[in-house]
Design a protein around this ligand. Sequence first.
Ligand code: URA
Length: 219
Amino acid sequence: MAAAEQLTELEAFQRQVAGCTRCRLHEGRTQVVFGNGSPDADLMFVGEAPGFHEDKQGVPFVGQAGKLLDNLLAGIGLERSHVFVCNVLKCRPPGNRDPVPEEKEACEPYLFRQVELIRPKVIATLGNHATKQLSGKEIGITRIHGQEQPIKVGPLSVLLYPLYHPAAALYTPAMLKVLEADFARLPELLGRPAEVPEPAPPLLEAAPAAEPAVQLGLF
Ligand code: URA
């Protein structure tokens, strides 16, 4: 799909999601925070959920954690406009509490559709919620940060790259160092050749195996 077409599809999808009432979070939100950035980004970041400022402005990661994300991106020569940033939940949970399973389940099709439309090479998940949602596993971020793993989102093969959440790293210098080191590997991951799709199975059944040489009287 050409970049212009990707943008149109993503914008149409954003308009559709803007009126979502799939879970109770719609009752308290100012607006849906769909995500922003390049519609054909190779690198997509997925955080947890909009906070106070994100809910007001309609843009993900605009608070302190967002500033750290911008600095980390600058450290590898990237800007927000080069990547796509969104969250597991598109609406703010009251008081910034953790997302609950029903909310994550209700919002999951939106995240998966975003991935299908943007077709990133690498999805960097920020923190536990996004990592568990996209890996489908209950392994915590402390154990798997910085360890890339191939995943499938629908028919699409993507490299999942779990990272600490910038909000957690803001006040923990040791965690910030780890996040910076993990971030520094992103250019290498983005430079890897895209996974070659597996060859389609042959249309015709394989020919029966040749007769053993002995039976053919060759020996
Ligand atoms: N934290 C998140 O996970 N997402 C945001 O958009 C902001 C803070």
